[in-house]
Design a protein around this ligand. Structure first.
Ligand SMILES: [Fe+2]
Length: 193
């Protein structure tokens, strides 16, 4: 049983990806989308990078999630992503000292109904005061990080706003955290900690 919720990886960045590919923030749209955009992978990343992921054996969800969080954003709820994958392949732009935080359920955690985000991704969520924090981490800007999304997680932002970029591998390997880690390890993509 691996109780670590994140690992940095050796996955290379898309050299052609620049901040120009990020959605433009205008107040109305930001508000409507609650800071969450879902964009086709092929529109955001180069053919080369998409091929690189395929060569590593990843078949990916066809879209990338991009989260924008303003300075001092603090989630009072944590959520579980209800997708066919337990992990995200993530990095951040900005967000100095921001934290991704993972929790476990406690005796007072109540069962909740599934909800759907503005990006049409289903999730479950709980107030953080019903949960127990197990780990927190400032995601790297210079390394791509494998993060767990099938247990409750949330973000806290400090004084610098934060973009979180997340691509999601699919397939049966990525339906458990243990299998996911084994796979990354077998491909020498995992940086042990
Ligand atoms: Fe999530």
């Amino acid at each position: 049983m691996d109780n670590k919720c994140w690992y940095e990886t050796n996955i290379e960045f898309d050299k052609n990806f620049t901040i120009d590919k990020l959605p433009k923030i205008n107040e109305g749209e930001w508000y409507d989308k609650e800071g969450i955009w879902k964009q086709p992978l092929g529109e955001v990343f180069s053919e080369e990078w998409n091929t690189h992921l395929k060569d590593l054996g990843f078949s990916m969800w066809p879209w990338v999630l991009m989260f924008y969080r303003r300075p001092h954003y603090y989630a009072q709820r944590a959520h579980v992503d209800l997708q066919d994958t337990v992990c995200g392949i993530n990095w951040v732009i900005g967000g100095s000292d921001s934290h991704m935080i993972w929790y476990k359920k406690t005796g007072v955690t109540q069962e909740r109904d599934a909800l759907t985000s503005v990006a049409f991704t289903p999730y479950l969520s709980w107030p953080v005061n019903e949960l127990e924090e197990i780990e927190r981490h400032t995601l790297s800007r210079t390394k791509i990080t494998l993060v767990r999304v099938d247990i409750p997680h949330a973000i806290e932002v400090r004084s610098e706003d934060r973009w979180g970029i997340s691509v999601r591998p699919k397939g049966k390997t990525f339906r458990t955290w243990e299998d996911t880690i084994d796979y990354f390890r077998s491909k020498n993509l995992l940086i042990e900690r």
